[in-house]
Design a protein. Structure first.
Ligand SMILES: [Fe+3]
Lengths: 233, 198
């Protein structure tokens, strides 16, 4: 199967210069990007097998001696392409704050406790159908210095590869109904509401495990369409 | 559910300031690295090189929380991906590397000089490495290419030809002693790196 990567797919992404997110001011190019045709360099991408992912790397609640504090959750979904086909055997990485909204990172000075039993990093590989699953802790909201009383909505950072180097995606998964949504310039840098809502997971009661963990579904759609799409029905 | 046609791609968001312990721990955090800046494998053939540089923002300040990823062909211009039908099956060279910038904004990749890869018309491109740049303050990563100043093929490269002559130098790594090539990345400003819309 040969995939095409139309530039129109990129319209869903935020503008690189989004002034309400202050750090974009000095870190976005001012000269126009130069369009080039896709050669094999752009159309191929890294292929990693099971040697990259250890068993249990997708369970962030069993990485330490004890259990982390907070609300245990299942986060699962499919990685798909723009035609809805599952993207098989692709690497999915995530990292996140703990239940109190604190990252293990040395630069994070939010005065909330670290959890000795939670690092907040995980990885897995999608299966033959593009399905992936993590077990983790629901992250807390955290403050940041962008503006007065700025707080990030609770989120999990995701990194996904897909079929080519230009289908690469780094994004953030949000939780449904977060009251911080209207105030977050990173979330709202995605100006199209439908596109923005694709970053919000859905509560998945059906796959919630009774007496154990709530479940959220987060489907990820990567660039790439079949070279011979069925335009007419 | 998975057969439903999606409305569009999942939008990109910034990698943020705190990716290091998850994506580029490199001995500073407990998590193991899936990838590093060292792409060399014992069986790899080709000219071993290092590509290094620093990343700067629009104020000329070094960017210390940047993540860089490279993707390249092997020394014969072939990719370790079954989508490249010419792929050589007998090398463990993967062609992908990742590193974070250090406290001085510096990065380094140890790899091999890639061979020429055909353009969409089948004509050879000059040897190059694809580079993706991620950082706090970048809502969507940027793509650029690393070329080499000692390659005669640069003169006929179709991608370099599309770049205004006075900006080409931002894509060309300069060879120094010990097979070390240097190329700085400038996210913004007068000497802004050429980024590609792909
Ligand atoms: Fe975050």
């Amino acid at each position: 199967m040969t995939l095409l990567y139309p530039l129109q797919s990129l319209a869903a992404h935020p503008a690189r210069l989004s002034p309400n997110y202050r750090s974009t001011l000095k870190r976005s190019p001012q000269k126009p990007l130069i369009p080039i045709r896709h050669s094999l360099s752009e159309l191929t991408g890294p292929v990693y097998g099971h040697e990259t992912v250890r068993e249990h790397d997708n369970d962030l609640t069993i990485q330490a001696k004890g259990e982390p504090l907070g609300e245990r959750i299942i986060v699962h979904g499919h990685v798909r392409d723009e035609d809805g086909r599952g993207v098989p055997n692709t690497l999915v990485e995530l990292w996140q704050a703990n239940a109190c909204g604190r990252y293990v990172h040395v630069v994070d000075q939010h005065p909330a406790p670290l959890d000795p039993n939670f690092t907040g990093a995980g990885r897995t590989q999608s299966d033959a159908a593009g399905y992936y699953k993590f077990i983790t802790i629901k992250p807390g909201a955290y403050p940041w210095g962008n503006h007065q009383n700025a707080w990030r909505p609770a989120h999990i950072h995701f990194s996904v590869f897909g079929h080519s180097f230009i289908s690469r995606l780094v994004t953030q998964m949000y939780f449904p109904g977060d009251p911080l949504f209207p105030f977050d310039p990173i979330f709202n840098a995605v100006t199209d509401e439908k596109a923005r809502m694709r970053m919000v997971s859905s509560f998945d009661l059906e796959n919630t495990q009774p007496e154990w963990a709530l479940c959220y579904r987060f489907d990820i759609v990567l660039r790439g369409r079949n070279a011979t799409p069925m335009e007419t029905k | 559910m998975s057969n439903q046609r999606p409305d569009g791609v999942t939008p990109s968001q910034t990698v943020g300031p705190y990716f290091k312990y998850g994506l580029t721990p490199n001995g500073e955090y407990e998590w193991n690295d899936a990838f590093t800046g060292n792409l060399l494998t014992p069986d790899v053939s080709g000219e071993r090189i290092r590509v290094e540089g620093k990343v700067y923002d629009g104020d000329g300040a070094v960017v210390v929380d940047c993540m860089l990823e490279i993707w390249q062909a092997d020394s014969q211009g072939r990719f370790s991906d079954p989508q490249d039908k010419r792929a050589l099956p007998n090398s463990s060279f993967k062609g992908f590397g990742r590193c974070g910038t250090d406290r001085t904004g510096g990065f380094a990749f140890d790899t091999i000089k890639p061979g020429p890869v055909p353009d969409p018309d089948g004509k050879p491109q000059a040897p190059h490495i694809l580079l993706a740049v991620f950082a706090r303050g970048m809502l969507l990563h940027l793509y650029t290419r690393i070329y080499f100043d000692d390659e005669a093929g640069n003169a006929g490269d179709p991608v370099l030809a599309q770049v205004p002559a006075d900006r080409r130098a931002t894509l060309i790594a300069n060879k120094g002693a010990g097979n070390v090539y240097t190329l700085d990345i400038r996210l913004q400003g007068d000497d802004e790196t050429v980024f590609f819309d792909v």
